[in-house]
Design a protein around this ligand. Sequence first.
Ligand code: HBI
Length: 96
Amino acid sequence: MVRKLSEEERETFLSRYPEWKMVEGRDAVSRTFKFSDFNEAWGFMSRVALAAEKADHHPEWFNVYNKVEVTLTTHDADGLSERDVALAGNIEEAAK
Ligand code: HBI
């Protein structure tokens, strides 16, 4: 069973990744990415999908054309865990 992030770990996470915001009413973080077109968005999602499979930790996401909304939380912890921090790091890399 993976544990939830502490208050301090959350502050560290959110200051390290300021584009990620807490989701209202959920213990989750979310960020929206905008790409030049669908092809770029799709390439990003493909890279994230591979990282998610490798980590066995998967995002909740929504895509329309060049926009990808990503939400991270850990079902097994019923909230944010270090798995979300790690995946957010991979997602930031995949968006470069
Ligand atoms: N992804 N976001 C998220 N949260 C989980 O708890 C999770 C997951 N992907 C796979 C996974 N858990 C498996 O470890 C469990 O379903 C067995």
